[in-house]
Write a protein that binds this ligand. Structure first.
Ligand SMILES: Nc1nc2c(c(=O)[nH]1)N[C@@H](CN(C=O)c1ccc(C(=O)N[C@@H](CCC(=O)O)C(=O)O)cc1)CN2
Ligand SMILES: [Mg+2]
Length: 286
């Protein structure tokens, strides 16, 4: 078998078109665009690019998007003050604090300070709790985008065996919750799982989000599995590699995401979706 490629760039473009139409309807109904505010502390080169892309993408779909750049030595109290201002501003529908944060700032304190209704990253414990209890809330962008990729591949999730390799709050845990809600039988594995190869070989749906370049070998892939590779690892030659050995896995999977061009582009497209969703919910369209 040679896998079909799940083209995240093309699917993300489709999502952005859907959001653009939704934004136009929102503006007609409420006389203002949804507003997204992104906070970046420091100069991490990748974060600078991602946050600029978020601002640009919000403008492209007709939103009001604003990037707030704060110096690397910004204190926790100053960041909390900025978040409180945005929480209180009625024109702000979505607030996102780019991660990672500098070491002087405690991530949990910052994430907990964002109004859960404006938490378009879905990282606030209230949104994590809503997801875990199967209630509507804002869902983290990368796993939500990965679910969209599975839908586009026509993957049957009900009753399927899904293995998520990785247990982060941002990807692994919410991804497992989403698969469970779709009636898959879900295993969360991680870098310390004993005999990871055997666990992976069970997977009809394999989601790799462990952050180790090409950890998952071709012969760990069940014939016909759908493989979603969330990994984005910079290798010694400066190139990006996923968590899965793509070339080898392609020979066994039915569908597979490339890195780059798979899950990554879905993250920002899904952020736009979440911002529109938050704006509608805030104005009573829940
Ligand atoms: N507050 C948040 N912080 C971070 C998040 C997040 O969702 N919310 N996720 C990542 C970074 N990220 C967005 O913020 C992000 C990462 C990667 C991509 C992407 O499109 N990647 C491309 C490759 C890019 C490259 O060549 O370097 C791809 O996979 O094709 C988009 C967004 C951590 N922080
Ligand atoms: Mg990718």
């Amino acid at each position: 078998m040679t896998a079909q490629i799940l083209d995240g760039k093309a699917i993300a473009q489709k999502v952005r078109e859907e959001v653009r139409e939704g934004v136009a309807r929102f503006v007609s109904a409420y006389g203002r665009p949804p507003g997204l505010d992104v906070l970046l502390v420091g100069e991490d080169p990748a974060s600078v690019i991602y946050t600029r892309n978020k601002e640009k993408a919000s403008h492209e779909v007709g939103m009001r998007g604003r990037l707030h750049r704060l110096p690397a030595d910004t204190g926790e109290d100053e960041l909390l003050r900025r978040i409180a201002e945005l929480n209180a501003d009625a024109s702000v529908d979505g607030i996102l604090v780019q991660l990672p944060l500098p070491s002087q700032i405690r991530e949990a304190r910052v994430l907990d300070a964002i109004d859960p209704g404006k938490d378009v990253d879905g990282f606030h414990p209230v949104n994590a709790g809503l997801l875990a209890t199967g209630r509507p809330g804002l869902v983290p962008c990368t796993p939500k985008g990965s679910m969209r990729l599975l839908a586009e591949a026509g993957a049957r999730l009900e009753g399927a065996r899904a293995v998520v390799v990785g247990r982060s709050n941002i990807v692994g845990k919410p991804m497992a919750q989403l698969l469970l809600a779709a009636h898959a039988t879900v295993t969360i594995a991680h870098s310390r799982t004993r005999d990871l190869a055997t666990v992976c070989r069970e997977a009809d749906i394999l989601v790799a989000a462990v952050g180790r370049a090409r950890l998952i070998k071709g012969d760990w892939i069940k014939e016909g599995a759908v493989v979603i590779d969330v990994g984005m690892n910079r290798t010694e030659d400066g190139k990006l590699a996923g968590d899965v050995d793509f070339e080898a896995a392609k020979a066994r999977a039915s569908w597979i995401t490339p890195v780059p061009g798979g899950v990554g582009p879905m993250t920002i497209a899904t952020l736009l979706e979440n911002t529109l969703r938050a704006a509608r919910a805030r104005l009573g369209e829940g």
